[in-house]
Design a protein around this ligand. Structure first.
Ligand code: GN1
Ligand code: MG
Length: 370
């Protein structure tokens, strides 16, 4: 549990009433702090940044400050009062995060955001309207950042969505077999290695500039969109840690992967794991309704494959972490990462069986918005 002294280092007025852990995400420790300010209840999101994953939290916060300020200005310029952006609450000495040492003398990093009121987020939803809105929210996010100076962004996790590089690491870690688990997952490894050729598809086109670098969110799960709790319109895109430069295709593919899967990514009953076509259509429609005019043909052509590639990438990351002895993702039980990997591989199979339909829907829909 987080200590009160830590939260009190931030510029928050009122009296601290309650701190509750928020069991969300696979990476950071998150808490909600409730304050009372002259009878009004205000909530804040307090997070301990995982500095095993984010080696340089200063650079993470730099990126976040840059893009939240940019979005704030864009919304103002467009007289948009409906949409919002996360707001970084500074420490009492005006820094964007608190750096302190724990009892063992190890550095820890904390940050606080305002809790956006009257909003709701969905861990899973099967409502096509909500899924369409999520697609719209992430398309809009890229649109708002279309003229951002990409070169100012730090690469906070090197080669984060570089599937080609992820494959290299995977092959190296299989050889090393640190946790002596390789033998038990040979079938899963084979499935991935049989698809080596698709790992470089997006990365190569980025490098040759056939598709553009964009400001990308890099974690476009539906639960990273805040919705208005009464109208269900999108209000803001959150979880900005992995905002970097990259291909918008990974964002689109990851959105479909998470928003249109029938079950959550650690469901063990693989018969339940597949893409719901209607939700794929809704998300795609929402996304293209915002971004289609800004996309080039090469990007459109790769949209379908991007769903397959990002799902394979995540399966590879889960399996790689299992092989390494579960160092990266938070696990609730011993085979958690393996179950996640098997689930995502099943999803890859389902996506592959629907590729023709997926591509034809994207093409048809793209024309509607151009
Ligand atoms: C991690 O913790 P969360 O949900 O924000 C991961 C994503 C994965 C996701 C899978 C920094 O995101 O890349 O897609 O788990 N984030 C990082 O659930 O590795
Ligand atoms: Mg995230």
């Amino acid at each position: 549990m987080i200590k009160e002294e830590i939260i009190k280092q931030f510029q928050i007025s009122g009296e601290l009433k309650l701190i509750k852990p928020l069991p969300t995400g696979n990476i950071h420790r998150t808490y909600v702090a409730t304050y009372d300010e002259n009878g009004k209840e205000n909530k804040y999101l307090v997070q301990q940044i995982n500095n095993y994953v984010f080696k340089n939290p200063y650079e993470v916060m730099d990126n976040i400050e840059g893009i939240t300020t940019h979005i704030q200005n864009e919304l103002k310029r467009q007289n948009d009062n409906k949409h919002k952006v996360l707001n970084v609450i500074e420490t009492i000495d005006n820094r964007n995060m608190l750096v302190c040492k724990n009892e063992e003398g190890i550095e820890e990093f904390y940050r606080v955001y305002n809790f956006i009121e009257n909003t709701i987020s969905y861990n899973t939803t099967k409502d096509p309207k909500i899924v369409r809105t999520a697609g719209k929210a992430f398309g809009n996010f890229q649109k708002l950042l279309n003229n951002y100076s990409i070169e100012t962004l730090n690469e906070t996790i090197i080669d984060f969505h570089n599937t080609k590089n992820r494959l290299k690491t995977f092959e190296k870690d299989i050889k090393e077999d640190y946790a002596k688990r390789v033998q038990s997952v040979e079938k899963e490894i084979r499935f991935i290695l049989d698809r080596k050729d698709i790992c470089s598809m997006i990365v190569d086109k980025l490098e040759s500039r056939e598709i553009p670098y964009r400001v990308t969110h890099n974690d476009t799960k539906v639960n990273n969109v805040m919705f208005d709790s009464s109208s269900n319109d999108f209000i803001a895109v959150v979880d900005l840690d992995t905002v970097m430069r990259g291909s918008g295709l990974y964002d689109y593919g990851d959105g479909i992967r998470s928003a249109s899967a029938n079950v959550f990514e650690d469901e063990k009953d693989l018969d339940k794991v597949y893409l719901i076509n209607e939700l794929f259509e809704s998300y795609t429609d929402g996304y293209l309704s915002e971004l289609a005019p800004y996309m080039n043909n090469e990007e459109i052509n790769l949209m379908g494959q991007s769903i397959r590639i990002i799902t394979l990438e995540l399966a590879m990351r889960f399996l790689n972490d299992y092989i390494n002895g579960d160092k990266y993702f938070k696990c609730n039980y011993e085979t958690h990462n393996l179950d996640r990997a098997r689930n995502q591989l099943k999803l890859v199979e389902d996506i592959e069986s629907k590729m023709e339909y997926i591509n034809s829907y994207i093409n048809k829909n793209y024309k509607k918005y151009c």
